[in-house]
Write a protein that binds this ligand. Structure first.
Ligand SMILES: [Zn+2]
Ligand SMILES: [Zn+2]
Ligand SMILES: [Zn+2]
Length: 258
């Protein structure tokens, strides 16, 4: 299989870091690793580029990483910090002369038709985003440019959330629990990305301690934490406290999975 590259477009929780109106040491830090746009990654293999999630910072993220084309967007769930940027695919529709394929579950597809009703309307106005929904199931792998993507179902509080395994890479966000049969799908991977919100527990996201324990149970040799709140603390300090195989991700970080 061709090598897979992952670039972190954003590693922040729903409000991003800095948070509007906050002057805590993290939000006012001069270390750029403490600046976190909303969580999303770009996956590249061969000539194919796919974004996982499309939050409110999508435009800024695409400009910052210099990405000019996109073959598809894969969505983990319907929360706005993961879908609010879907209107920003318009320049890609125009340049690629095609609708953007959006891979998501039936549940998310139904929510998108409400959240972005104008994009799915029969009398769509000219210039509205072109989105083609490609429905995926929790127990069915799908292919993007002939590379299989395996869904991994997580629990996000009481909501379902999808993670994905692409070759030896696993990307999970907004998870707070997972059934054992789904954890089995992670085993044998080389890199795991999983969310860790902050040190204190939260009802619908893993805390740092829970994320560390979860990662240990998956036995993946290299782990990166994402979807991070300003309440996590300073990047360098938290990074220094982690086991050697585990790291806090930061915006712009690139990984290659051979
Ligand atoms: Zn989120
Ligand atoms: Zn703050
Ligand atoms: Zn969420």
């Amino acid at each position: 299989m061709t090598p897979i590259e992952l670039e972190f477009l954003g590693t922040g929780t729903s409000g991003g870091v800095p948070l509007i109106g906050c002057d805590c040491p993290v939000c006012t830090s001069e270390d750029s690793r403490n600046l976190r746009l909303r969580s999303s990654v770009l996956i590249r293999y061969g000539k194919t580029s796919v974004a996982i999630d499309c939050g409110p910072d999508f435009r800024q993220q695409m400009l910052r990483c210099g990405q000019k084309t996109l073959d598809a967007i894969v969505l983990t769930h319907e929360h706005m910090d993961h879908v609010a940027g879907l209107d920003e695919v318009r320049p890609l529709n125009y340049q690629q002369k095609a609708d953007m394929p959006i891979y998501c579950t039936e549940r998310v597809a139904q929510r998108l038709k409400q959240q972005f009703a104008y994009a799915f309307a029969v009398d769509k106005y000219p210039g509205a985003p072109g989105l083609t929904l490609e429905t995926i199931g929790a127990n069915q792998s799908f292919e993007i440019a002939e590379v299989p993507w395996t869904p991994i179902l997580g629990k996000h509080g009481t909501w379902p959330v999808m993670g994905f395994r692409i070759g030896d890479l696993v990307y999970l966000t907004d998870v707070s629990a997972m059934e054992m049969d789904q954890v089995e799908r992670i085993r044998g991977a080389k890199i795991l990305v999983v969310n860790a919100l902050r040190k204190i527990p939260h009802v619908s996201h893993f805390s740092l301690e829970e994320a560390v324990r979860f990662a240990q149970s998956c036995a993946v040799p290299e782990v990166y934490f994402t979807h991070i709140s300003h309440q996590m603390g300073d990047h360098a300090e938290v990074e220094a406290s982690l086991p050697p195989s585990m790291h806090l991700a930061h915006d712009g970080l690139r990984l290659t999975i051979p």
